[in-house]
Each structure stands twice: as C-alpha cells, then as structure tokens.
Design a protein around this ligand. Sequence first.
Ligand code: SF4
Ligand code: SF4
Length: 444
Amino acid sequence: MNLNELKKVVADAGVVGAGGAGFPTQFKFNEGLDTLIINGAECEPLIFSDYYIMKKEMQQMLDGAEMVIEAMKLKNGYLGIKEHTAERLGFSDGQKLSAHVVVHVLPNVYPMGDEIILIYEVTKRIVAPGSLPFTQGVIVSNVETLYNVANAAKGIPVTEKYVTIGGKIDDKCRKVVKIPVGVPVSELFAYLGVTVPDDCVVIDGGPAMGNIIDPKTYHVTKTTKSFLILPKHIPAITGKTTDPDNMVRRSSSTCCQCSMCTDMCPRALIGYPLKPHKIVRVVNGEITSNPQDYLAASVCSSCGVCELTACCQGISPRMVYTQVKKSLAKNGLRYQHDGSELKADPQREYRMLPSDRFMARIGVAPYDIMPELTGTVSFKPSSVYLPMRQHVGKPAAPAVNVGDVVKAGDLVGKAADGISANIHATVNGVVTAVSDQAITIQCD
Ligand code: SF4
Ligand code: SF4
C-alpha cells in the first residue's frame, strides 16, 4: 500500500491516536521521515491495555507498523517498552520483531511515554520546544493505534477499545477488556461487578494525568485507556481536587525556592526552557527579566513530576503552569524556540524518576497488580453514546437521522474538512438521538 492509499484507509476507518492524544493518524503520515517509534511505554502506572495487545495481538500490531514503515519508506522502526514490560514479554534490547521493527528497552522511569522524552531516549534527538516529532524525522504511534491501522487496511473501522479496569477493587474485577466505544461506564461496571467505594473516585486515564469522571454519566471514547478506582485521600487524587486559584495563592506563601521542581522536571532535563520554580515566583507578582520563562508554560507536558514528587511544600507548579497556559492560549501566545542548540542535562540520568518510587509517592503502589487479560466480553450495553469529537481537531458531522437502523461499523459521523476524524456505529441498533455534539444508538 502506498502512502496515499494508507492515508485513505486510515482516514476512512477513523483511526486516531489511541494513547490518549486522539490526533487523527493519517495527518502524521508525511514524506521525508526516517523513523517510526512505537510507543509501548505505557507511561502511567496501573494501565495494562497496551500490554494486552503486545502479549496477545503482537502480530497484528507489527503488521500495522510494517504498513506504516513501508508506505512512508522509513529506515528504522523501534518498539519502545520499559524494562519490566520487556521482562514480562521475554524481549531483550535490540531484538528483531519484524522486517524493520526492533525492541528498544526503556528505563523504568516516569514519564517515559511522553513522546518528546521517548524520542530522546530512543534516538537522542531533541524535538525543539513547541515543534512536532516530524521535525526530527520521527513519527510516534501508540501500540493500539498501529493495531487499528492494521484493522483499517482490512476495512475494519475503529469501533472497540482495550480498557484496563483497576485500582482499589476486588481482584476478580481487575481486567483488561475489549469493549465497544460509547458504552456507559455504569453498565460496564455493573457487568464486571465493580463497585466504587464512597471513599474513592474514578479516573479516566492514569493516576497522574487522568481526570476524575462521574461513572454514572460517562462513556468510553476512542481515547479511553483505563478506568481506575482510587482513594480520595492519596496524593494522586488530592491534587486533582485542589482549587487552582487557591494553589496559586498558597504557592506565594509557602514556596521556599528550593528549585527541586526544576531539577526533576523531565522536559527541563532534556533541555526544555521550563523553570517551574520561576513560574511560581512570577505568578506571585515578581517581575521576570525573561518573558520566555512565562511563555515556556506552553511546552509543559503536565506530567506532574514537579507537583507529585519534587515539591516538599505541597505546591503544584503544574497547576500554576496550567493556569498560565490558559491565559497564553486566550491571547494567542506560545513559546517560540530561537533555534539554539538544545542539550540534555548531564545530571539527567541521576535525576530521572523511577516508576516504583513514583507509584509509592503518589499512593498507588498497592494497586500495581497485573489484571486478568480478558479481552472481548459478552457485555451488551443498552445504548452507546458517540460524541462527534473524540479526537483533536474539528468535530465530525452527523451522517444519520433519528430512526435510522445501523450496524456496527457503519459511518455515523463524517470527518470535517481539515483535521478531523470519522465516527462509526459501534453496535447494531437504532439511532435515537442526533445533535451536532453526539449520536445515541439504542442497541438491538
Ligand atoms: S519544589 Fe516546591 S518549594 Fe521548591 S521551588 Fe518548586 S514549588 Fe517552590
Ligand atoms: S508538569 Fe512539572 S515536571 Fe512536568 S513538564 Fe510541567 S513543569 Fe515539568
């Protein structure tokens, strides 16, 4: 399949970055690159959805990777996996998995799945702050995205997701399941026997970067990777419930300017201009002699290392940066790199954050338990809810009307011009509601 053919089948199938970003995949396929990095880092703790694919569906994922490599005429392909995943899968560094893909074993540190960090770790190339991986000749794709690319080549659109159910739950409910996009979380939990204790919340995503959701009203989307049930009192959660304005005020009275947040910032350690200790000072009213300190907020990954591990005063530079980012976006401002050479900190190796220590610090270590790799379940939801925007870019436009009978795989939302993605029915049934925002299908 040539590049244009691959772009078409991937666009038709509605493939988007399944790792959480949701960027429509065909727009990453450009000429002139040399390297594919398959992101199998499974960056955040407690998530095993990509592990499932690598353990049970590796060949299909590699088929997708080889299609991309051949269509884009790339020279190199790497599967980036952490040491503990390599051990579990029985892989070694440099092991050849297919015609072009070899294993690259990554250290067990957080956040190894940040594509900027991943690219540095695998190739030692540094993507300039504010730029995209293609500027360094690299395309990064998540394991599940490539699994979906292989499906797309067979004419199978994205209708299902691998989702990890974990955290503080009964071990028999701890699973990786393959379920239709759009299913109500409440029905999924009822089917699996998952109950959410009063002292817990549910997170969509990982404990560090995921969001608290209401399981009564929430649905699975194309970018869902996990639902984690976690106690409200652990550090991973308390930071999510802090009022951002309070945090900014608190930082003005308690920051001791120790600069540990900057010393440990994973992006600062590869040469990014982030200085979280300075942003805390700047929002406290101090004048900075360098406006770039402020603009650099736009290149913070929100990984949370500064907040969850580095700061001993309970301050969240991440939250402060998030507030600044919003203000920059509102005013159309972002960091512009001046073209100077970027160099990783010589101390980086010693300042990286081991995953085990990270899990212990944020209070999730007791829940780091391998789930049952269940896969497809016979769960049948009453209905599915399909937002027209489950991706970066413009929303799709509804392509069905109330009363239409649809089958799983039928197109129900047509991608808009520009960056957008198709949406497909994920079950057989009847369309019961249509709006510019979403479509609801009652299942047969
Ligand atoms: S680690 Fe905390 S106390 Fe130290 S400079 Fe950063 S925000 Fe301030
Ligand atoms: S959240 Fe904190 S540690 Fe992470 S990139 Fe932003 S400033 Fe650095």
